[in-house]
Design a protein around this ligand. Structure first.
Ligand SMILES: C[S@@+](CC[C@H](N)C(=O)[O-])C[C@H]1O[C@@H](n2cnc3c(N)ncnc32)[C@H](O)[C@@H]1O
Length: 236
């Protein structure tokens, strides 16, 4: 971890995460994917987002489809499928990731009906004419440059006939310090501590995300230090 106190006044866009290095240690990368499940249980708040935003829109008369962009090891995709099944809904979930190592890891986990993974970018799916009822992403926006964010959001507008939800950290010194304190004893032998603290520095503030988002996208802070970028098809 960086020993000097970082500058939080702007996004860190020049220091890449270890997990994005094509030559990084594969064993540690796979431990990182494995530990995302616990990280997300601790910091991401997806159960509340699922209950507020997705469950009320699920239907019992047909299976609905959900795309998880930047799925990593697939923990959120699996979790959403589990919650939907628990609530009696049939959901088909596709997780995509730009990194083939993530897809390889996700596909090596126990299979589950309705769940699939593919190495792909959102633009490829759009050009292939694919459509989904829901799109989600978790901890992906901060991997993108400012210029890439509106491109991803335009792809989502074309791909989604329902609601799209991008959830990420909000850049803040307290989020940085809090995550470092939490992660140091819990997540060892992986990239979680280094990449997690760097992710806070790479992430957006609410006003920055609002400025980048095209018309029709809404930015909220559902929990402290978390931002949710939402779009609903057919709504101005
Ligand atoms: C921090 S990980 C989060 C993984 C997962 N969403 C989770 O919360 O456990 C970010 C993932 O996004 C992927 N990613 C980054 N940019 C992407 C893009 N433009 N399209 C698809 N995946 C992307 C990375 O390869 C990485 O696996």
């Amino acid at each position: 971890m960086n020993r000097t106190w970082p500058d939080f006044s702007r996004r860190e866009q020049n220091v890449p995460e270890l997990m994005d290095d094509p030559a990084c240690d594969l064993r540690q990368l796979e431990r990182t994917y494995a530990q995302f499940e616990q990280v997300n249980a601790l910091v991401s708040g997806w159960e509340v987002v699922y209950r507020r935003e997705l469950r009320p829109r699920l239907r019992r008369d047909r299976a609905m489809t959900l795309l998880d962009i930047g799925c990593g090891g697939g923990d959120l995709a699996r979790q959403l499928l589990r919650w939907a099944a628990r609530d009696g809904f049939s959901l088909r979930v596709l997780g995509i990731d730009a990194d083939e190592r993530a897809i390889h890891y996700a596909q090596a986990q126990p299979p589950r009906s309705g769940l699939s993974f593919r190495a792909a970018l959102s633009g490829e799916l759009l050009r292939g004419g694919e459509r989904f009822d829901f799109i989600v992403s978790n901890h992906v926006l901060h991997h993108l440059t400012d210029a890439e964010v509106p491109e991803l959001l335009r792809d989502c507008e074309g791909l989604c006939r329902g609601v799209t939800l991008h959830s990420d950290i909000e850049r803040h010194p307290l989020a940085y310090a809090g995550f470092a304190l939490l992660a140091a004893p819990l997540f060892r032998d992986s990239f979680i501590l280094y990449d997690g603290t760097l992710s806070v520095r790479r992430s957006f503030r609410e006003d920055e995300l609002r400025r980048l988002a095209p018309a029709g996208w809404q930015v909220t802070r559902p929990f402290p230090f978390r931002l949710l970028l939402k779009h609903e098809a057919g709504r101005a």
